[in-house]
Design a protein around this ligand. Structure first.
Ligand code: ADP
Ligand code: MG
Length: 240
């Protein structure tokens, strides 16, 4: 579903941020992307959305080469919640924001509203429906952004730090939701306990390169490996 072939990227044309990345994610996989601050997680997400262009190499989504003329088709396949989801909502209310994409894709108003209500209920967010996007808290905005993405039923879901700034109850809802979604998912996070619960496979990034790629539990129980790359064992694996 996702393939990076020898992808390199740099913001300034000098310092490499992603270096010769080779990566294949199969349909239906849930993959955790971990790594210290600045490792390149968000950059990889943005490359995958075509928001940044690789200096070298190729990216494929569902077999389509990511290039300008394929972007509209590829964007339809991918739903994303970026790290700075504050800027992701652009209609006045949560409801209008969720409806916008669905109506844009040709769904009838009635069907779209049913879909919106279903997702809001699934996430326990009915109370946010008519709230104004600029009058809700950061965590609520994050939840609303997730709801908007889920309503679109994309084939691939990218989530960058989905649980950051969420209260325990919403964090739990997000974990439960991620687990229940059949789509291909790539989830970047420092919340290794969440990654452990939701992912089958983990990719550990270090300075734009893959330092480890494999079974989630194996990598997240390797204290030495995590420490070497400026991370710690998930809380549930730490001895008290
Ligand atoms: N817009 C930008 N301009 C210049 N450098 C950037 C920009 N965004 C990120 N970087 C740099 O690229 C590197 C990778 O950043 P990022 O992908 O955001 O890492 P992560 O999400 O893993 O914390 C960091 O060194 C960061 O400082
Ligand atoms: Mg990031």
């Amino acid at each position: 579903m996702i393939e990076f072939q020898n992808v390199s990227f740099s913001y300034d044309g000098k310092t490499p941020v992603v270096e010769q990345l080779e990566l294949v994610i199969k349909t239906g996989e849930t993959v955790g992307l971990i790594g210290a601050n600045g490792a390149g997680k968000s950059t990889i997400m943005k490359l995958l959305l075509g928001l940044l262009l690789p200096a070298e190499g190729k990216i494929f989504v569902d077999g389509l080469l990511l290039e300008q003329k394929q972007l509209p088709t590829i964007r339809k396949k991918i739903g994303y919640v970026l790290q700075d989801s504050d800027n992701q909502m652009f209609m006045p209310t949560v409801f209008e924001d969720m409806m916008f994409g669905l109506l844009n894709y040709g769904m009838s108003k009635e069907d779209a509203e049913v879909q919106v209500d279903t997702v809001l209920q699934q996430l326990g967010l009915e109370r946010l429906k008519y709230r104004h996007n600029h009058k809700i808290s950061g965590g609520e905005k994050r939840m609303a952004a997730i709801a908007t993405v889920l309503a679109m039923q994309p084939e691939v879901i990218l989530m960058d730090e989905p649980t950051t700034a969420l209260d325990p109850c919403n964090r739990r809802t997000v974990i439960r939701t991620i687990k229940s979604l059949p789509q291909t998912k790539l989830i970047a996070s420092h919340d290794l306990d969440m990654i452990l619960e939701t992912c089958d496979r983990v990719i550990l990034l270090s300075q734009g390169q893959i330092a480890a790629d494999g079974d989630c539990r194996t990598i997240l129980s390797d204290g030495e490996l995590l420490e070497k790359h400026r991370m710690e064992l998930p809380l549930c694996m730490q001895k008290i």
